[in-house]
Write a protein that binds this ligand. Sequence first.
Ligand code: GLY
Length: 382
Amino acid sequence: MPTSTNAPDLLIIGAGVIGLATAWRVARRGLAVTVLDPAPAGGASRVAAGMLTPVSELTYGEEPLLHLGIASRDRYPAFVAELEEVSGRRTGYRRDGILEIAFDSDDLAFLEDLRRFRQSLGVPAEALSGRECRRLEPMLAPSVRGGLLAPEDGSIDPRRLTAALLTAAERTGVRMDRRRAAGLVVERDIAVGVRLDDGTVLRAEKILLAAGAHSGDLDGLPDGAVPQVRPVKGQVIRLRTATPFLGRSTRGVVRGSSIYVVPRDDGEVVVGATQEEMGFDTTVTAGGVWQLLRDARELLPGITELEFAEVSAGLRPGSPDNAPALGPSPLPGLFLAVGHFRNGVLLTPVTADAMTEILVDGTVPEVAVPFAPDRFAEEARA
Ligand code: GLY
């Protein structure tokens, strides 16, 4: 079995937003980093709409995520400024608030419950009448009943973000290796390397698994080393417009089903997303497209006039509690940044910073403590 020489300090499996951002930040601290991925910047990072919304995505039972999400959202301005400077690329970052719209009176009651729930957590959102919503966004349907404004939220273009991260990582000395990690190499109960498809073994002092929904695919993972990560399919439509259509990201509850529309400065308008538990299927379906356009048109009747550019499907990586696992795995040498589910793009800066501290300094920052991977082992024992 051929073995590589020049072993890096850190080998990262997965070149999505999480793997790339961590690679860049760790390399900035002087470590030799290699990232393994046959299709960098592909996967869910390529499909994601890029809403940065810890508040608007917050649902009952996911309170621990709120503080992590807010911490990450608030790191975005400095993170983006440095990334754009190092890479020389723009990311499409905007911090212009997110508007949530209720379509009928049941949806309004649901939003009002959500507003009270957030208030109880110390994260107030401004309640708006239908007229106030339309004043902010004139393309909204005349019938919308009301909404909530989360003024601190925003969005980024994940495709521009990954392109900038790739450039920044390479400029900081990260080596991109476009081969596929097939298995983990474990010697005397320590992860010491990765076996590639062709049998080559790459050794490294530390290995970080950041392979999104595919994080469980690696051969040779000991039982319990990685929490179960399930793929949750999301179909997403990309439209184009030559004239501004929406001023800010807008999400709606339309007869109980959730829809969001994210405008970009370059004229792209993203409509998402379905949420389907179908295994590793990424087929785009007529039903998925119909559901998205049907609900988007209820909120924004003019949306069907826009040019249709693309439809794609990605797989969100869902952990057992829908929150990420960040830190050392139970197997020495193997570290995890997996299970970001609906929040991968939002949680990129805080994950990269936390993983850098964990990997370089050996300490776990306060914000990451509730997301230690061993919480799943503790739950299994209980
Ligand atoms: N964060 C949006 C989604 O998962 O669809």
